[in-house]
Design a protein around this ligand. Sequence first.
Ligand code: OGA
Ligand code: MN
Length: 197
Amino acid sequence: MNIEEIAEHLERTGYIILDQPFPDLLLTQLLTRCQDDIPERFHAAHIGRGAAKVQIDSIRGDVISWLDGADSIDQSYLARMEILRTGLNRALFLGLFDYECHYAIYGTGAGYAKHSDVLLGKKNRILTTVLYLNENWQEGDGGELVLYDPTSIEVIATLAPKFGTMVIFLSESFPHEVLISHHTRRSLTGWFRVSGS
Ligand code: OGA
Ligand code: MN
């Protein structure tokens, strides 16, 4: 699917699921980067910001590692997302300014309770992207992303975190949750942002 089609779909529905937008080689390389065998690279994810920053395993159970602009694999992913950023700006006049992104690993039994990616008083996240890196993910393995409609009542999509699948959605419009995972679950989560607070 080209960027114009992605833009058109996002404009119409606010979200899009892409089966495999990246080549296998890049996905395999990203998977090698999404390993917590070097313990210093990954740390527990936190909720909120500033003084309100807390880590509560029952709400959010993943460990994360921000992408490293000096790493060549991270660079090739970021270069592709840069093309997407400029393409979406051209098509939708979103004024997307940058992209922040981290690897995430959910261990067995971890999930992320229903939440919004736009924190109170900090509205610069416009689009959320999640790329999944789980080979041979089976029904029953859990770890699905559940997207709710903006009123937060109706489920509009339930997505298994299969290798190569990417979802993009308007950060402010779609509350979402990660169901308890029954296996280690790996992904890359990022946000296109506008500048300022
Ligand atoms: C997040 C998030 C969804 C997923 O990190 O904010 O909602 O499917 N991730 O991993
Ligand atoms: Mn989220």
